[in-house]
Design a binder for this molecule. Sequence first.
Ligand code: NAP
Length: 285
Amino acid sequence: MKVAVTGANGQLGSDICAVLRKENHEVVELNHDEFDIINYEFVERILKDIKPDVLINPAAYHHVEKCQNDADMAFSVNATAPFNMAKICKEINALFIHISTDYVFDGLKNAPYIESDCAKPLNNYGISKLAGEQMIATTGCRHLIVRTSGLYGINPCRAKGGKNFVELMLSLAEAGKPIRVVDDEKVSPTFTLDLARQISQLLTIKDSGVCHATAEDFCSWYEFAAAIFEFAKVDANLSMANPGEFAIKVNRPSYSVLENQFLKTRNLNTMRSWKDSLREYLIMR
Ligand SMILES: NC(=O)c1ccc[n+]([C@@H]2O[C@H](COP(=O)([O-])OP(=O)(O)OC[C@H]3O[C@@H](n4cnc5c(N)ncnc54)[C@H](OP(=O)(O)O)[C@@H]3O)[C@@H](O)[C@H]2O)c1
């Protein structure tokens, strides 16, 4: 199949491109410097020229604090641009796979969220992503909205800069620094390679809708850090941070565990437990 990928050099985008190439798909990489998704006329011209069977959109404005300070940009990139791409996909009869986030939820459920749970984002990032989801659904294009969480991959997250959580923990331990990590935020840390492999299984799907795709099981950030040191056999001066120890600039859900119900009911779930994925990441890095 011919698959176009936006944000192709991003943490997730680069793994999606690599996995699809390995599976002999024709991959068209669309990077920000030459393909800005907010430039509607340009995007329309290029996509109508490429005519992909599938367009995958991991591109996003997703630095949470920047989104809070620049709602216009958050809505342009995370809502209007995906809406426009969905309209183009409808015209060219392409499947649109859009990446979304656990931050559409407020975290108060305290049990794994399924796709049909009511979304209630706490910040501009989550609001703009939810708006994008809803606007895509209005276009009538064939689409999958893939919500994921806590990504880490071999290539760094471009929006956040620097190291992913695993690399940050390992570098702090190597420097012999005391490491304080919160225990009151629950997540399913998800390896981008697993998510890319999962997405590659969805290219021929006939149903449209929202699809949760995160690692199985969950942990607190403290538990994740402890597992990193245990699996990597690294001595670290790790301790649990007190609730409220770190200043909160933007509200975030303290519980954002997602249940992959859409995938499971269709026998399509290939996501592994976060512990198995972490072990593979530590071997590959
Ligand atoms: N990282 C996480 O923990 C996490 C958790 C849940 C959901 N997600 C979602 O997962 C997706 C992928 O995240 P990631 O971690 O792979 O992020 P990333 O490494 O920052 O990748 C995002 C990509 O989007 C590109 N981009 C930004 N603005 C653009 C624009 N206007 N036009 C075209 N491209 C643009 C970036 O290019 P430049 O860097 O050149 O601007 C980058 O290549 C996002 O949709 C995000 O909302 C991420």
